[in-house]
Design a binder for this molecule. Structure first.
Ligand code: ATR
Length: 277
């Protein structure tokens, strides 16, 4: 392969120093002996458009997009998948050979794959899910749960109006529950998901009464720093099946890697170790 053909990819955000994506993609490149590079790029909102139109000319085949660009990138992309449009955000860009920028959102896919591995007994159709939070991450989770066939989603957010906006966008299977009341509906949940930033290192704890969580129900947290949040620890103590959030990060990266480097990567214990190391 000539040097100019070596595929380049990366992640664009600001700040970007703490992103785990470079470690992850480099681990896969090395594991499969593939040619390619994956680079973190700190790009300001003012420069995003110019950078994205230049990268393909430099040999980039695509990039991941993270905070604060996940929403605005939709206005720059030439093609946006239905799910990215519905979620209102993209995390994966493909630079096509015809010069067009294709935007997709794989967060929901990553979320579901992580649950499939961590809670193989979960049947989406078996009952309601409770979703805490109504930000960008919540939108990806809600879209994925609906697509998977979850019959009802009880959504609760500190700022109620944001949850109400989700019911407008995603339809009748969503019901808003007041943040102060959410402890009272947990007993209905087959699955409970924290999509807020509460419990993350440097953020306040998630403080809702968890006594209603049903034994054997599935509880998952999108927060993965720390890996075992207090929310997951308490749920586990109550007999719930818990799934940490790191797997979502790993699985959401797989479709992009496959498109850019032409190899479907495995998410296994070595992948987890590479990112945690
Ligand atoms: P993301 O794209 O990661 O979801 P976001 O859009 O900033 O990020 O959303 C963060 C989520 O965490 C929101 O649901 C937010 O609630 P608000 O909509 O009320 O802001 C939630 N969150 C953050 N800090 C919180 C806190 N101290 N108490 C309750 N919810 C909080």
């Amino acid at each position: 392969m000539s040097l100019s053909k070596i595929p380049l990819a990366g992640v664009i955000g600001s700040p970007i120093a703490h992103s785990k994506s470079p470690q992850l993609h480099r681990h896969w490149l090395k594991t499969y002996g593939l040619q390619g590079f994956y680079i973190p790029m700190d790009v300001s909102p003012a420069n995003l458009r110019e950078v994205l139109t230049s990268l393909p000319k430099m040999g980039f085949v695509g990039v991941n997009i993270t905070i604060p660009h996940k929403e605005t990138v939709l206005q720059i992309a030439d093609l946006v998948t239905d799910r990215a449009a519905l979620i209102g955000a993209a995390n994966t860009l493909i630079f096509r050979k015809d010069g067009k920028i294709h935007a997709d959102n794989t967060d929901g896919y990553g979320f579901l794959e992580n649950l499939k591995v961590g809670a193989p007994t979960w049947n989406p159709k078996s009952g309601p899910a409770v979703v805490l939070g109504a930000g960008g991450a919540s939108r990806a989770v809600v879209a994925a749960l609906l697509e998977a066939g979850v019959p009802e989603i009880l959504i609760s957010n500190r700022t109620r109006i944001r949850a109400e906006i989700l019911t407008k966008d995603f339809g009748k299977r969503l019901q808003v529950v007041d943040w102060a009341q959410v402890g009272n509906v947990l007993e209905e949940a087959e699955l409970t998901v924290n999509t807020t930033s509460l419990g993350m290192v440097g953020h306040p704890e998630l403080r809702i009464p968890l006594g209603g969580l049903r034994k054997e129900s599935i509880v998952t947290d999108l927060v993965y720093t720390p890996l075992q949040t207090n929310f997951l620890r308490e749920a586990e103590a109550q007999g719930c099946i818990t799934v940490d959030g790191l797997g979502m990060l790993l699985h959401q990266a797989a479709p992009g890697f496959e498109r850019w480097f032409d190899h479907r990567p495995e998410v296994d214990s070595a992948t987890r170790a590479a990112v945690l190391g």
